[in-house]
Design a protein around this ligand. Structure first.
Ligand SMILES: NC(=O)c1ccc[n+]([C@@H]2O[C@H](COP(=O)([O-])OP(=O)(O)OC[C@H]3O[C@@H](n4cnc5c(N)ncnc54)[C@H](OP(=O)(O)O)[C@@H]3O)[C@@H](O)[C@H]2O)c1
Length: 255
């Protein structure tokens, strides 16, 4: 396999950053996206491979921005081999407290993921030798939690997870594979509002006894990028939550 070129949305922090670092270690070229240019520049400095990193600041929920991400990647590196649909937001809230405008905000990520995936598939088809697309979903789509009422963000995650399964058939003839990683709770800036002690206490919700690290997820993304006989899969990377069913529900366990 030659040098891979990878587009990572939401790549300045958390999972996206670890995914970028992991691909850079393999010698890949990486296009890093996020809304905040300064955060991207800080990330690029830490990642230390200016010759193989291209920064494209912009909002993936803006359909006029999305094609730029692919165009700039092709101008800089000549091709796209892997897309990681990682950018996302998440806020825990009771169902009746969500405004319809908030639901629209989450659904903007579905629209953005759809548009970017279309642009990348078009590019991969023109290249003619396949490719890999990996979505970052969540285990909460399959295992609800009393600790995380999150109907609106879960609707968005469920949509991109279903899209991956559906597209895996449609794109198989093109050797374009599309899979989803479904993480448990992972230590990232997404949880900055949660006190560290509370976050640490979530370790016991995962059978393997700890919350995840960004590297746990990055390893699975790298695997799926190169697993040439795997498509249409939703891979739980969740410390064992998916194996049980009630792991994320301490109240039910106690009942
Ligand atoms: N951490 C977890 O426990 C966990 C569990 C399951 C799933 N996930 C999913 O993992 C993904 C990564 O989250 P994370 O935990 O790594 O959190 P994070 O550190 O907050 O990373 C999210 C990144 O996405 C960028 N972003 C947000 N909206 C964007 C947009 N519209 N366009 C472009 N970039 C955007 C953010 O940067 P800017 O604000 O500068 O744009 C940020 O760097 C998310 O999709 C999240 O839902 C996380």
């Amino acid at each position: 396999m030659g040098t891979q070129t990878v587009i990572i949305t939401g790549g300045a922090t958390g999972l996206g950053y670890a995914i970028a670092e992991t691909f850079l270690h393999t010698g890949a070229n990486v296009t890093l996206n996020g809304r905040t240019a300064s955060k991207l520049e800080t990330a690029a400095q830490k990642l230390q491979h200016p010759d193989r990193i291209h920064l494209v600041a912009g909002d993936i929920t803006d359909s006029t921005f999305v094609p730029k991400l692919v165009d700039e990647t092709v101008s800089r590196f000549g091709r796209v081999d892997v897309l990681v649909n990682n950018a996302g937001i998440f806020a825990v809230k009771p169902f009746l407290d969500y405004g319809i405008d908030e639901l629209d905000q989450y659904l903007g990520y579905v629209r953005g993921t759809f548009a970017l995936t279309q642009a990348v598939v078009n590019q991969m088809r023109n290249q003619g030798n396949g490719g890999a697309i990996i979505n970052i979903g969540t285990i909460l789509t399959f295992h609800s939690s009393q600790l995380s009422p999150s109907s609106a963000p879960i609707m968005a995650k469920a949509a991109i997870t279903a899209m991956a399964k559906n597209l895996s058939f449609e794109l198989a003839n093109d050797k374009i594979r599309i899979n989803t990683v479904a993480p448990g709770i992972v230590q990232t800036p997404l949880h900055d509002e949660i006190p560290q002690q509370t976050l640490n206490s979530f370790a016991k919700l995962h059978p393997l006894g700890r919350i995840g690290t960004p590297q746990d997820i990055a390893d699975s993304v790298l695997y799926l990028a190169n697993a040439s006989w795997v498509t249409g899969v939703t891979l739980p990377v969740d410390g064992g939550v998916a194996a049980g069913g009630d792991g994320l529900n301490p109240l039910r366990q106690a009942a």
